[in-house]
Design a protein. Structure first.
Length: 256
């Protein structure tokens, strides 16, 4: 079976009907975003990756910092267990480990609280597959790291059809990340979309203060909640998990 990239992101339940399945003009996760009182603002990416991944995280950080609204800073992470990679509130943890034969290469999980606001997130990179000849390439590592970090800022995919020609963005699913054109970095439309998402400002910040409860999606469907779209294990699935008091996750899964 040809394994393809799995990306998982969590957003509020209203996003379910609007998850894109093909290239389109808007690829935000509806209205979901980090709350902040001014632009530009900075999201902390906590570096918990091994030396193999350091350059790829640095590249993704630099790529996304081209955005005029959303900035990020990579700081040394303090998370002890890379396998669980539970993020602190207001941070995005970036971790790698041999998570096993899960069917996914990477996960981007985002917690939603206080209406439509992102409060924390994590990126997991699965070395079980990246240690194989098929995926142990700079092109695959750049694509997955770039895409999962982009999800934590509120971006969805520009395209989820693996068989379409590459769009020249890491927010495009593909079986040929090197292209042509290359899908290893963001493109202009990604930056334009971030500008649209973050045009307004909020009256509070979710990037600096404790603000969330509940837990994030884990490594398997058992932790993702209720399947609300698609056939389990096939194509594109959406799962919703509620934690009460307005806290929830939506898990977006693409299977081989």
């Amino acid at each position: 079976m040809r394994l393809r990239l799995l990306a998982i992101g969590a957003v509020a339940a209203a996003a379910v009907a609007m998850v894109p399945t093909s290239a389109q003009a808007s690829h935000s996760w509806v209205d979901y975003h980090w709350a902040r009182t001014a632009n530009p603002f900075t999201v902390e990416l906590d570096d918990n990756v091994t030396s193999t991944w350091e350059s790829y995280l640095t590249t993704a950080s630099s790529d996304w910092n081209v955005s005029a609204k959303v900035k990020n800073v990579v700081l040394h992470g303090s998370f002890g267990s890379k396998r669980s990679c539970g993020p602190a509130t207001s941070h995005v943890e970036v971790c790698n480990a041999t998570y096993g034969n899960t069917g996914w290469l990477g996960i981007a999980s985002i917690s939603i609280t206080t209406g439509d606001h992102i409060s924390r997130g994590y990126v997991k990179l699965n070395d079980t597959y990246f240690n194989t000849a098929q995926y142990n390439t700079p092109q695959w590592r750049r694509l997955v790291t770039c895409q999962e970090v982009g999800h934590t800022f509120g971006l969805d995919h520009q395209d989820t059809n693996f068989d379409n020609p590459n769009l020249g963005t890491c927010m495009d699913y593909t079986s040929k990340p090197a292209g042509p054109p290359s899908n290893e970095h963001p493109n202009t439309h990604d930056y334009d979309q971030l500008n649209t998402i973050y045009t307004h400002v909020d009256s509070f910040n979710t990037t600096v203060a404790p603000n969330s409860t509940g837990t994030l999606a884990g490594d398997s469907p058992a932790s993702w909640g209720t399947l609300v779209r698609g056939s389990a294990g096939r194509g594109v699935n959406v799962y919703v998990r509620e934690f009460g008091n307005g806290n929830r996750t939506i898990t977006f899964v693409t299977w081989a």
